[in-house]
Design a protein around this ligand. Structure first.
Ligand code: HEM
Length: 142
């Protein structure tokens, strides 16, 4: 593969990793927000500010990860059965990302009633998606 391809793949992995830092940590903040004592307004406000900043930060990271991946896929024609299933995993991740945004808006509006247990299970979804996507793209089983 050309060095250009390898540079693109390296950048793709960097932005995928950075995007996942947000996909892992933002729901973690939601777990903490669901556990904050209602009398502790300062703690709630601090966690909400962190969530808003992280959510904003995650947008460009997601688009760079997906843009570079698409460049590798369509620009260099690297594809196969593994890529089709990987794209299905990417679709699930996009849905998860958008759901995080919707949950943040509900928490901001004070209309969210989900428990910290619900958020702990919600937080596991990107772990499973990462496992499947990385095995597909590295092992290329089909
Ligand atoms: C639109 C979305 C995406 C597309 C089109 C895409 C496409 C690609 C392509 C074509 C490669 C190069 C494969 C090779 O050289 O063997 C690649 C590498 C990689 N992708 Fe993606 N990708 C996308 C999103 C993701 C996501 C969400 C993850 C993580 C969950 C991910 C993880 C990786 C990893 C770890 C590699 C390096 C594999 C290796 O070096 O063998 N990609 N991607």
């Amino acid at each position: 593969m050309s060095s250009g391809y390898l540079w693109l793949k390296a950048l793709h992995i960097v932005f995928v990793t950075s995007w996942f830092a947000g996909l892992f940590y933002l729901p973690r903040l939601f777990v903490n927000l669901a556990m904050v004592d209602p009398s502790s307004q300062a703690e709630h406000a601090r966690l909400l500010l962190m969530s808003r900043k992280l959510w904003r930060f995650m947008q460009p990271l997601m688009w760079l990860a997906l843009g570079l991946g698409t460049w590798l896929w369509l620009g260099y024609g690297v594809t196969g059965g593994w890529m089709h299933l990987k794209l299905a995993v990417v679709a699930v991740l996009l849905g998860y990302h958008q759901t995080c945004g919707r949950l943040l808006r509900q928490i901001e509006a004070g209309t969210d009633t989900r428990s910290h247990v619900w958020y702990r299970w919600f937080n596991e979804i990107p772990v499973l998606a990462l496992l499947v996507a990385v095995v597909l793209v590295v092992v290329k089983p089909f």
